[in-house]
Structure formats: C-alpha cells, structure tokens
Design a protein around this ligand. Structure first.
Ligand code: FAD
Length: 287
C-alpha cells in the first residue's frame, strides 16, 4: 500500500539538505563525498550553516560558492544577526545579491551569555534583506517552542513577524514527535501563517550525541525512541539502521498529512539521508 501511495506521489516530493562548512582538509573531503552523492537526488536547494559568534563567514561563503560552481545547485548561506550591526549585515547582503546568491536562511543565532539582549531579531534581518533585494528567505520555526520564548503563543506571534517581514518559507527545528509538528502546523494556519512549514529531519546516527544536542532546546525524544536505542551505545552500525527506520516512520506519517517538502540536517553525512530519500522515490536515476 505504501509503495502504491509513494508511486502516486512521484515527482511531488521535494527535499533540501543542510551542511556545515568544513574547517580542515579532511572534513572538506568528507563534505564533498557527501555533496557528490546527495546532489544526484536533485534537492530543491541546499544550505550551509554559519556559526554565529565564530567571527568569520569565510568558511560558509567559500562552501556556498564552491557548491554553486561545482554542482549548479541553489545554495543558501545561513546568515545570523545576533552579533552584527545593521550596516555590516547590509554589506554582506549586498555582496550576496551582487554575486547571484539570492537564497538565504535568515536567523538570529544563539545567545552565548544568558540574558544577553540581542538588538536584532530574525524578523529585523528579514526586513533588512528584503530592502536590499528580493531574496528567497527561509526562517526558523520551533514546533516545541524556542527555549527563550515567553510561551508558545508569543513564539508563534514572533514567527508571524518573520513571515510578515517577507520570509518565504520556514524550516523547523528537528523534532521526533510528529503529532506535535502537526499541531504546530495547525496553529500556524490559525494565526494566518500561510507559508510552508518545512519539517527539519535529523536522522539519528548517534543517540548519545543527539541527547547532548537537545540539551539547549525544548526538543523531546519520545519514550519509544529511548527504548529502541537502549543498549546500543557501542554499536553505531545498528544505530544507523534504526535512525533510518525512525526517520522513514516519521516521514510516512507526514506524507499522509500532506507534507511534501523535507529538509534534512545531514551533518555532512550522506548515508542515512540517501537511504531515506530512496524510500521516498527520490533516487539517482543515472545509476
Ligand atoms: P528569532 O526568530 O529572532 O527568535 C529568537 C527568540 O526571540 C525566540 O524566543 C522568539 O520568540 C523571540 N522573539 C523574536 N522576536 C521577538 C520580538 N520582537 N520581541 C521579543 N521576543 C522576540 N544558529 C546558528 O548560529 N547558525 C546557523 O546556521 C543556524 N541554523 C539554523 C537553522 C534552522 C533551520 C534552525 C531551526 C535553527 C538554526 N540555528 C542556527 C539556531 C538559531 O540561531 C537559534 O535557535 C536562535 O536561538 C534563534 O534564532 P531565530 O532565527 O529563530 O531567532
């Protein structure tokens, strides 16, 4: 039944992939192996993160330029505003626009100090970018609420501000509770958010690392996921297989609920994401 269902969807499912910029030659080789494999799946775009506070955009910008040149894919840099002046952001944005980089993932960036007050929110950045050029802008959304938000309602209103400022789509924080994503999507509709809320999928390949990742988020791991990964701390091979299964299981429900776009946090690995896409009918047809 699933096969028949997927056959009907052929061509209607879009994927995008997120990478982080490599800092060493070895990491660069791993990234390119990954890009070479995943680019064959025709993602609608790929994005490259930028670590706010790192103080250098070079790694992100070089990776974006290389991806565009070597693959022809649409490549979107992540841009954060937490530690930047509006003038500096205008200069960066103008350079992107002039160099044909017209897709951006616009973010505030994480606070490094508690109670540090950013002078700009992501909505301000979206507004600034749209004044420079008609960028295609993705922003972040949090089905389980951003950790600093006063409450779910105010977080939703703040998401709406980003859309009202001109964002074209939202990509969610990764999640494992599909019902929560679906409730969140309904809430977005109820406050008049009419852009796509693209689920961010993080295929689990190291459960212990994931538990560390979620420390500063409000992401919850359902009990059944704890149960299936229990006892596998030293068996990453089996964890990879289960991680693939978990993501496919989530996506199967999302597809039934009408979701057609999926953004993958690849962490610069191709193996799990490639396998998951294959089950969606997104294949390398050149083989
Ligand atoms: P905002 O939308 O500005 O929201 C931040 C907080 O402020 C929220 O709690 C919100 O409710 C609140 N808020 C917003 N507007 C207002 C207002 N007007 N008044 C009062 N409160 C307000 N981080 C990186 O450093 N580099 C990356 O490359 C990166 N990529 C990411 C990609 C995705 C898809 C996601 C989901 C997150 C990413 N992050 C990245 C993390 C992100 O920077 C953090 O989650 C950050 O803490 C919030 O960023 P934001 O863009 O959601 O901020």
């Amino acid at each position: 039944v699933l096969n028949q269902y997927l056959a009907e969807l052929q061509g209607n499912i879009n994927v995008s992939f997120e990478f982080f910029p490599p800092r060493t030659d070895e990491m660069e080789q791993i990234l390119w192996k990954t890009i070479n494999k995943l680019s064959k799946l025709n993602p609608i775009f790929v994005s490259v993160t930028y670590s706010a506070h790192s103080g250098t955009r070079n790694y992100t910008d070089k990776t974006i330029k290389d991806i565009k040149k070597r693959t022809g894919l649409i490549a979107a840099p992540h841009l954060t505003c937490i530690n930047e002046t509006p003038q500096a952001l205008q200069t960066i944005a103008q350079e992107y626009w002039n160099n044909g980089i017209h897709n951006i993932v616009a973010l505030r960036g994480d606070q490094i100090k508690k109670n540090y007050q950013s002078s700009m929110y992501a909505s301000d950045l979206v507004y600034l970018l749209k004044k420079i050029g008609n960028f295609d802008i993705a922003v972040a959304a949090y089905p389980e609420v951003h950790p600093e938000a006063k409450n779910a309602q105010s977080d939703l209103i703040n998401l709406k501000k980003k859309i009202d400022a001109g964002a074209n789509r939202a990509i969610t924080q990764f999640f494992f509770d599909v019902e929560q994503y679906l409730r969140f999507r309904d809430l977005c509709v109820s406050v008049g958010i009419d852009i796509e809320i693209i689920p961010g999928i993080l295929p689990i390949f190291n459960f212990r690392q994931l538990q560390h990742f979620i420390t500063f988020t409000k992401v919850k791991i359902p009990h059944w996921i704890y149960v299936i990964f229990h006892g596998l701390d030293h068996d990453l091979e089996t964890q990879k297989m289960l991680g693939t299964f978990v993501a496919i299981d989530m996506i199967r429900v999302l597809l039934k609920e009408g979701v057609r776009n999926f953004h993958f946090y690849t962490l610069n690995r191709s193996d799990l994401t490639y396998a998951i896409c294959h089950t969606l009918g997104i294949k390398n047809n050149k083989i």
